[in-house]
Design a protein around this ligand. Structure first.
Ligand code: XMP
Length: 494
């Protein structure tokens, strides 16, 4: 009976339909632990991942996220080589070991050594013969004699006894070794050959980011997106060092995607996040491909028109909780993707079962998001567009087309596309770390109200109260004109 379809339809809810109940609590926000499982094999220190969108995540954003303990997912609206370069940018930036070591030969003159150090703005050089470190020379060695005896060779004045370390030396061990031996640089040697150099400055700088997400080698963690059937890209990203690969499409509940993800899993080492889905059935079916994490959200995004143009979707809190009900039985993390506007929404997503959230609009407009600042009416903005928008589908390598299972052959590209997203601008927001600080502060406050020490505790303890539209109106500031905008409650509208 058709009428029964409507009568028996379940209700779907999203962030504004609920608040969480305050509970007895001895938890201070400052003591809340935000570490979370982001995929089967990776933990990160804050439950925030940036969207794989061409106006949100390239290398710079992924670095900013990793520094603060989150994770960036590099978008795929670019060639495989370009995406590999972005991954490498992240890995290099978070790598304490400088891999492209600038060296000098023992027979070079000290003038040459001085020139290289000036040009490269470095203060010392390993002296290398046939790949083997035979000495080390620094500005301090060269300075006293550069004018009086410029023809001297490097080998005459270099320090011959070089303290080296291996690739498995940890930063803490390296620091001890450097202090003990009173040196500032430690060549990294493998099978007698120099493969990198560790500098004290870099090790000490690492202390600026104590919360950073790092891989086993101490480099930043990074994720990258691939199409649901793009095995070549997945393998290339894996090879380039992506720790996690996000299989990115608008509707992952398809037998063909289960098969494709199985094949990817057999061919790559990286963890596989698969999405998007919005029901428990989808999670159950995808477990046949042994996915390492789920990405949840059909149409909640600020730039999405999927629900409007197709009439399909699930309000986001219902979607997250339905997937989490299944995923928890398999120990697979759930990432709530899209629709988050405030830190309170993130806390609600976690209370409803998410292990982390993926943010587009909250991070778009930051300094690290791709694209230039534009000034309109004296105010600063940055572009933000859906990956299913016309602009994204026809720009770059057109990744949006296969994300939305569309194929375009021949001319009249635009006319043959059915967009599922829009293009626009968002206010310029400054550095991403300031936004992240506010979001994490808000999440910690929420956990304090709910008496939860950490993410798992919040998933267990959060209790929801249904609210009416007037309950939501009451929740926002009212009955005044805001004169000083809060950093965590933007009121700048277009
Ligand atoms: P927010 O709300 O954070 O959402 O801006 C970002 C998420 O939205 C998804 N996305 C899209 N969904 N059409 C859609 O239906 C689109 O054009 C589109 N582009 C991105 C994506 O999951 C992203 O993380």
């Amino acid at each position: 009976m058709f009428s029964e379809k409507l009568i028996n339809a379940p209700e779907g809810f999203t962030f504004d339909d609920f608040l969480m109940l305050p509970s007895v609590s001895s938890v201070e926000p400052k003591d809340v632990e935000t570490t979370t499982q982001i995929s089967r094999n990776y933990r990160i220190n804050i439950p925030i991942v940036s969207s794989a969108m061409d106006t949100v995540t390239e290398g710079e954003m992924a670095i900013a996220l990793a520094q603060e303990g989150g994770l960036g997912v590099i978008h795929r609206n670019m060639t495989i080589n370009e995406q590999i370069n972005e991954i490498k940018k992240v890995k290099r930036s978070g790598d304490l070991t400088i891999r492209d070591v600038i060296t000098i030969s023992p027979e070079a003159s000290i003038v040459e050594a001085q020139e290289i150090m000036d040009e490269e703005e470095i203060s010392g050089l390993p002296v290398v013969r046939d790949g083997t470190v035979v000495g080390i020379i620094s500005r301090r060695d060269v300075k006293p004699i550069i004018n009086s005896d410029p023809k001297r060779m490097v080998q005459d004045i270099m320090t011959e006894e070089v303290v080296t370390v291996s690739e498995s030396t940890t930063p803490a061990e390296a620091l001890d070794i450097a202090y003990e031996n009173k040196v500032e640089r430690l060549p990294v040697v493998k099978d007698g050959i120099i493969v990198g150099i560790l500098t004290m400055r870099d090790i000490l700088e690492r202390k600026n980011f104590p919360n950073a997400s790092r891989d086993k080698k101490g480099r930043f963690l990074v994720a990258a997106a691939t199409g649901p059937f793009d095995l070549d890209r997945a393998m290339a990203l894996d090879e380039a060092g992506a720790d996690i690969i996000a299989v990115d499409c608008a509707h992952a509940h398809k037998p063909s995607i289960v098969d494709s993800v199985k094949t990817m899993n057999e061919n790559i080492d990286a963890d596989l996040l698969v999405g998007n889905i919005a029901t428990g059935e989808a999670a159950e079916d995808l477990m046949a491909a042994e996915v390492d994490g789920f990405k949840v959200g059909i149409g909640p995004g600020s730039i999405c028109t999927t629900r409007i143009i197709s009439g399909v979707g699930v309000p986001q809190l219902t979607a997250i909780s339905s997937v989490a009900d299944v995923a928890k039985d398999y120990g697979v993390p759930v990432i709530g993707d899209g629709g988050l506007r405030y830190s309170g929404d993130i806390a609600k997503a976690i209370g409803a079962g998410a292990d982390a959230v993926m943010l587009g609009s909250l991070l778009a407009g930051t300094r690290e998001a791709p694209g230039d600042v534009v000034i309109m009416n004296g105010r600063k903005f940055k572009q933000y567009r859906g990956m299913g928008s016309l602009g994204a589908m026809t720009g770059g390598v057109g990744a949006g087309t296969d994300r939305y299972f569309q194929e375009v052959k021949g001319p009249m590209k635009h006319a043959k596309l059915v967009p599922e997203g829009v293009e626009g601008v968002v206010p310029y927001k400054g550095p991403a770390n300031e936004i992240l600080f506010q979001l994490i502060g808000g999440i910690k406050a929420s956990f304090g109200y709910c008496g939860a020490n950490n993410i798992k505790d919040m998933q267990k303890k959060a209790k929801f109260v249904r609210i009416s539209p007037s309950g939501m109106t009451e929740s926002h500031p009212h009955d005044l004109t805001i004169t000083n905008e809060s950093p965590n409650y933007p009121t700048t509208r277009l």
